[in-house]
Design a binder for this molecule. Structure first.
Ligand code: ATP
Ligand code: MG
Length: 415
């Protein structure tokens, strides 16, 4: 992409009413735009980050047999009445159409997925399976002051699994746990993210959250550094020792819940009568699990935890582009422009659409400041000076280290 063609621009200041660090940086860098509290547009740069996050999640869920689908956001009141959540769920957005018909804007999809799979599920031979989607959720969040960490409209990956018995659910639950660990590693959040014991509601002793440590978090967790697990503050009264080693040495941290896995058992299959026939032909209730993970919240979390005083710092796996190619005085120096275009084409030929080419007619200082703000991992500079030395100047955004490399040696930054 040539930066001169971008319809968005970086900004010196974030909007005055934006109090969160993640949204301020993302708005200034041209990744998102605020429509109203808790509601944001994802601009081309931000959209690329969001899709990279989604793709990592998708690849890992497909590996464990998850089947991707897409369910509606507009959901009939009757489905929500069946579970009692039309009246009990305080974050539910309700809309009425001209005929008086009432709908919910989906905050989660148990009420939709259970009757949906019921249209196909007959016998124990159909079990187990899992389905998932990336979908826009709506929640009337009271405090929408945390930027894209807490949207009123946001993207969630929600997966639901269906089993013949609790043992089978437990096996898959552990598979998803391990998969989440892999996902957060690939997203660059592995070292900061802890599987966390949280209250399980009425159907199981615990649910498990994946909590990323950051001062911007709204949750408080107690980390056992020996076991690398944590307990949510909300259950520490009941669970006073580490569930793994029974130790009592905890480190208290602020954190943000990036994922959540739940044993639902028959909580939703019961009200919808979701049953299957077992081997003897008896009707049994289906056992369920559900597994949430928020790509837009993950994007905000990454912005929070890796940024420095100059701007965003993306881990390479989720960066909008891998390379930021910057020409200096290319508009007035044909040799610079030609070398920049040659490098641009060479990288694109080797690794595809992974280079943002700053071909704008601006000062070096302005271009470098923008590049730092956007946080693309590797900055390549082509100037009169680099042409004379027949080398490219590469700067690592994270460490600030600058290296002079030949075009051939640039390949070591490809992965
Ligand atoms: P919280 O306690 O932070 O309000 P939750 O427990 O209500 O979250 P879940 O219903 O478990 O959230 O949602 C699954 C995942 O969706 C969360 O782990 C998080 O990653 C994401 N998520 C939930 N609410 C929001 C939101 N308002 N904005 C962005 N992402 C969200
Ligand atoms: Mg949760």
């Amino acid at each position: 992409m040539r930066q001169s063609r971008f319809f968005t621009k970086t900004r010196k200041e974030a909007p005055k009413d934006e109090v969160s660090n993640n949204a301020s940086l993302l708005i200034r860098g041209g990744f998102i735009d605020k429509l109203q509290a808790g509601v944001y547009s994802y601009l081309p740069l931000g959209f690329r980050v969001l899709k990279k996050i989604e793709n990592i999640i998708r690849e890992e869920l497909n590996k464990v047999g998850g089947q991707e689908l897409l369910m509606p956001a507009l959901q009939p009141k009757e489905n929500w009445q069946k579970t009692g959540r039309w009246d009990s769920l305080d974050v539910l957005y309700k809309v009425t159409d001209l005929s008086g018909r009432e709908n919910a804007l989906g905050p989660t999809h148990e009420e939709i997925v259970v009757p949906l799979v019921g249209n196909f599920l007959n016998s124990y031979k159909d079990l187990p399976f899992s389905v998932y989607q990336f979908q826009t959720k709506f929640r009337m969040e009271a405090r929408a002051k945390s930027g894209i960490l807490r949207g009123r409209e946001f993207v969630m990956k929600d997966m639901y699994s269906f089993h013949a018995n609790e043992d089978d659910l437990k096996l898959f639950y552990q598979v998803v746990w391990d998969t989440y660990v892999k996902i957060f590693d690939r997203l660059g959040l592995g070292k900061l993210t802890y599987p966390t014991f949280a209250s399980g509601g009425s159907f199981s002793k615990y649910s498990h959250e994946f909590q990323t440590v950051t001062p911007a978090g709204e949750d408080t967790i107690y980390i056992c550094d020996d076991c690398k697990v944590a307990i949510n503050k909300e259950i520490i009264e009941e669970q006073k020792v580490c569930p793994k080693c029974s130790g009592q040495k905890f480190r208290e941290e602020k954190s943000i819940e990036v994922g959540n896995i739940f044993e639902l058992k028959t909580k939703f299959s019961a009200p919808f009568g979701l049953t299957y026939k077992d081997e003897s032909g008896n009707s049994k209730e289906v056992i369920m699990g559900c597994y949430g993970l928020g790509p837009s919240r993950v994007m905000g979390t990454i912005a929070e935890v890796f940024a420095d005083k100059n701007g965003l710092v993306w881990p390479a796996n989720v960066a909008p582009y891998r390379f930021h190619l910057i020409e200096l005085d290319g508009s007035s120096n044909d040799d610079v422009r030609n070398e920049a275009l040659k490098t641009y084409d060479a990288i694109r030929k080797d690794i595809g659409d992974e280079v943002l080419f700053d071909d704008r007619d601006l000062s070096a200082g302005a271009k470098f400041a923008d590049s730092d703000l956007m946080g693309i991992p590797y900055r390549i500079v082509i100037s009169k000076k680099t042409l004379d030395s027949k080398m490219l100047e590469v700067k690592d955004r994270k460490t600030g280290k600058i290296e002079m490399v030949s075009m051939e040696d640039l390949k070591k930054y490809y992965d």
